[in-house]
Write a protein that binds this ligand. Sequence first.
Ligand code: SF4
Length: 358
Amino acid sequence: MAPSLLAMTCAEMERLAVELDLPGYRGRQLFAAIFAKNRRQFAEMTTLPRPIRDQLASRFELDRPTVEARQLSADGSRKYRLQAKDGARFEAVYLPEVAAGRKTNTLCVSSQSGCSLGCAFCFTASLKRHRNLHASEIVGQLMVVRDDLEALGPEAQVSNVVFMGMGEPLLNFAEVVQSARILMDGSGLGYAPRRVTVSTAGVVPRLADLGRALPVQVAISLNATTDAVRDRIMPINRKWPLATLIDALRHYPLPHRRRFTIEYVLLDGVNDSLDDARRLPKLLAGIPVKVNLLPLNAHPRTSLASPPAARVAAFQTELRRAGMNAIVRTARGRDIAAACGQLGDEALTPAGAADVRG
Ligand code: SF4
């Protein structure tokens, strides 16, 4: 398969131009044509002379993932089931939102087709891991969604990108870092580092690498306050338990005035007690965080349930009493199975998520 130009930064395209005996600025023009001007074909890149376009077309490709299905939610969210050339499937979700009077249109991208980590509350876990996605397939998710949103007018633009779709981003480290660099490249898409978030279930050895590689926002999918519970709902905890993960956060090179986002999926009778709510601030003491509380989004492959609203409110109140910034996130796209933990294709593989209530 020819290499994809969707996987190159501007600096890499400049080097490529020099390798092809062209002036470096031709590489910059190429990068701008693809990412700033959204040219989908070499023939459309009229800033480049035709012989150069022909030369590039014979050696590289610009293909984007194919949209296999698109579902629209009543709340404006859109879920895209995408397919790579080899048939690998993955999903991206567009989530338009108005929060604190500001419009934030977030795109949630996948880093793997399926996932190997087996979190008990997550539909994707039941699909197992198929393969890592290439940087071109990650960036390609944004490109196809941008195209689809064009019809909605200038308001519908992706303002934030979160690596929270299918897969564990830090188990596909190199491709995730490369794709984030392309998203943030000022000569093209130009996303500010604050508008790009990488989420992890806690691949501890890669956390410090992430901090050194990228100044992006970091979200930690925590979901428990004891190893006994986290071992059951997130098997990765058996390898890197809570103390190891929290220690990695303490040593993370967090940019000035930044905070980690702590994701906490509330599971009825599993991790939602007031004792949990009291332990959480102690566990994270001294670490700059904000906490997102996410009542479980039900799906057919788990017997876990969301707590009653009163318990969710009590949990939040307890965190706030301890001085934590804690918000309850309203599920988006639940009607099209596009909410957190719901991504995946029911038809793809057999059921498999376990009931982990103790
Ligand atoms: S929650 Fe994330 S890390 Fe856990 S199984 Fe699902 S996709 Fe994988």
